[in-house]
Design a protein around this ligand. Sequence first.
Ligand code: NAG
Ligand code: NAG
Ligand code: NAG
Ligand code: NAG
Ligand code: NAG
Ligand code: NAG
Ligand code: NAG
Ligand code: NAG
Ligand code: NAG
Ligand code: NAG
Length: 769
Amino acid sequence: MKPGMCLLIILPYLLAFVPLVQSGSTQGLTDLVKRHLPIHAEDISFVLHEDNYTLGISNDQYTVHCDAGKVNVEGNSITALASGLHRYLADIAHVDVYWFIGSQLHQLQTLPPCEPLDGISIVPWRYHFNTVTFSYTTAFWSWEDWELELDWLALRGVNLPLAWVGYERILLETFMDVGLSQEQVLDFFSGPAFQAWNRFGNIQSSWLGELPVSWIDSQFELQKKILKRMVELGMTPVLPAFTGFVPRAFPVVFPEAKVVNISRWNGFSPEFSNVTFLEPSDSLFAQLQKNFVRKQKEYYGDITHTYTLDQFNENDPVSGDLVELNALANTVWRSLKEADPDAVWMLQGWLFFFKADFWTKERVKAFLDGVPEDKDMLILDLYSETYPQWQNLDSYFGKPWIWCQLRDFGGNQGLYGQVMNVTVNPVEALANSPSLVGFGLTMEAQEGNEIMYDLLLSQAWSPSPIDLPEYFHQWARTRYANAQDGDLPEAIFQAWDILLRTVYNNTDLVSAFSVTKSIFELAPNETGLLESPSHIPTKIMYDPSTLVSAWQRFLSAADTLPTLWSNVAYQFDLVDITRQVLANAFYPMYSTFLTHTNITSAGFDNETSLQVASQMQGQMLSLLSALDNTLRYTPSKSPESSLISWVNAARSWAGSNTSMADFMARNAVNQVTLWGPNGEISDYASRQWAGLVGAYYLPRWQMFTDTYLNAFRNRVSVNQTRLREDTFVWEKSQQEGVLVENMGELRDPGGLRDVVKRIEEEWCDVLGC
Ligand SMILES: *[C@@H]1O[C@H](CO)[C@@H](O)[C@H](O)[C@H]1NC(C)=O
Ligand SMILES: *[C@@H]1O[C@H](CO)[C@@H](O)[C@H](O)[C@H]1NC(C)=O
Ligand SMILES: *[C@@H]1O[C@H](CO)[C@@H](O)[C@H](O)[C@H]1NC(C)=O
Ligand SMILES: *[C@@H]1O[C@H](CO)[C@@H](O)[C@H](O)[C@H]1NC(C)=O
Ligand SMILES: *[C@@H]1O[C@H](CO)[C@@H](O)[C@H](O)[C@H]1NC(C)=O
Ligand SMILES: *[C@@H]1O[C@H](CO)[C@@H](O)[C@H](O)[C@H]1NC(C)=O
Ligand SMILES: *[C@@H]1O[C@H](CO)[C@@H](O)[C@H](O)[C@H]1NC(C)=O
Ligand SMILES: *[C@@H]1O[C@H](CO)[C@@H](O)[C@H](O)[C@H]1NC(C)=O
Ligand SMILES: *[C@@H]1O[C@H](CO)[C@@H](O)[C@H](O)[C@H]1NC(C)=O
Ligand SMILES: *[C@@H]1O[C@H](CO)[C@@H](O)[C@H](O)[C@H]1NC(C)=O
């Protein structure tokens, strides 16, 4: 297929869907270069030709020319220019900007020459973020964390990012304008680590204390910086809108208001769920919408017409009646158009998969038909790589939509990818769905596995599925190159080739459907852990010994090229691969432990069995201890890279207010442990982090294995109810500061070599290397 062909077909949709508001200046890119590559600020130039590319305004195109140490990038949009710059930096100069380890562009001394480069995107939009990413990943981010993210997004061609930060300030003012008191509104808001689900109308209020106004204000200030930078970098931010979720006191102030209690979410008590929803058919809805959108425009400027608006994300509409669903969507759409005549309503399409029982094809059609103009809507097909819905729903009946890779739940960290689905399927979708207008990343959290995110964004510039071995090779080449270094050891490419064929090439989507977690992160149990409980894939989808061989090759690369020991990307990935190798080794220990404490199969009074079980307990606990220790050498200081950094980032928002710092820490801890006042979705957002492994998972397994060994010695079976109760009491006791006191510190990554070498020595028998 020629690059132009599909574009001509989809052009009518693209021309219709133009919510673009651009700054038109290349200053933002010059500033980006100055931030990361100041010595070459004069040598890299950008020329924007807004309209002279043959295929019109809809797709981004760039050309890059190198001439006598200068690099000139031309393109038809700021995004195209950023993408051209990235192409040069990553493919020619072998430097890039990464999550967790930050920008490596400073490594570039001289600008290497290049043959002319050109690129054209196959879709006009590249989207990024899920509403919940704002809680699982960015909740406590500083402006510096955001700067890195926005540069990452710009360089990778993202031009449509979601922008939720600071929403509570706009909403607070909107409600106070119509007569609610500040207290009444604050009572509605959830804690800093849980805002996403409050914004979705799943939960309300905070079980950890009221949301501080200072937090609301500082997030609002942060949002202003984020939006300004997004626009400078050529992006169209997607802003929130008024959803209809209102404080409990709303019907007190407006006794005539048409409200319903909408949510019953994940076992949360009515105190924290049962969210009040103002029916869009009430004229107050449009009034609040108008005020909300006007305020945003006043504060942030006229920067976008695209709004994220989800009312039924894990909440069901009151009625499934087709006429009512149609009228509901129509009313919401009209409220947006009254507030902004160019408004485009963006919907996260999770509901059509997750609540497929409710959302029958005819109901979805009735709902979407409520928006009479197709161009006024944009659907995120949220989970396209595993459970795409666009085929079932006739390409959303003509509404523009985006093919999205969801891939990660709650920040789980297994090495994992579906390389075939992320390359072959979006290209097929583009050929088969005329209303497909973009590719996007809708992860619940950004974890490691960065190559999988890059892969889809790269695919957006390639009309045929990307050649994977070649892509992985190039990626590794750039990632570990100290730009001037020349050749990397072959072992490093062999390691990545094994990773491609094992962890990154899952094709059995029934057994695993997104990033995996390890069983040691779950509440210990003799059943249920290995079978991938719903939405928590724990199954190892490849031969673990193959991963061990990748690990050893990766490790041997630094014997050949010792400078790798001080290469931050190498350090980070070595910790990550070691983490997975150790996590996998936990599985057989667990199974052996259970077999040898099983009264039914091992009989009573069986000394041999008891010995094996005790030995297994020792191994399980020292494995977790070794893992926790290794994780402390991660070279990353990102909030989402250890319990220490997560909690400290949360605390840093409190300034010198110690009671607020404690409140922030409790929020941070609760999300990654109990997730709710009573463990409503305990361990959903578990993380394999330094501090959490050693101070939370390890003692929890100690309790479990002690109980089993004691029961076996005493010739009784374990009382499951009591063990569950005791474990829960312990889990709760960790919430109030204990965990934070025990989380320990990070260590100098320079010590990583000794630590990993020791693991290789001590654990090789067990690991099978
Ligand atoms: C766009 O216009 C500029 C100057 O007007 C020209 O140098 C450039 O080659 C044009 N690009 C294309 C792709 O036509
Ligand atoms: C919604 O729930 C609140 C408290 O849970 C209750 O007081 C109120 O009556 C309910 N409203 C409706 C309309 O059912
Ligand atoms: C939750 O809301 C429903 C109405 O939708 C109401 O009937 C119920 O009483 C509320 N529950 C509690 C415990 O407040
Ligand atoms: C994912 O890719 C595999 C292997 O190519 C294929 O069998 C499967 O149908 C794809 N799944 C989806 C949802 O596209
Ligand atoms: C991934 O696995 C599928 C199915 O086994 C195979 O057809 C494909 O070639 C593999 N792809 C890569 C890049 O290893
Ligand atoms: C204990 O052994 C019996 C008999 O072999 C088996 O049915 C049961 O599943 C085992 N229990 C566990 C927890 O492995
Ligand atoms: C002791 O338990 C092991 C398995 O744990 C079993 O193979 C062996 O037969 C048992 N011995 C006796 C005497 O029950
Ligand atoms: C400190 O934080 C607490 C909890 O957020 C808040 O109630 C209190 O007003 C704050 N104190 C000061 C001096 O700002
Ligand atoms: C198991 O523990 C629960 C809770 O502690 C207790 O109520 C129950 O009686 C115990 N069951 C047995 C069989 O001991
Ligand atoms: C193990 O899981 C079962 C099924 O969910 C549950 O009933 C039991 O309480 C759990 N046991 C422990 C110790 O948590």
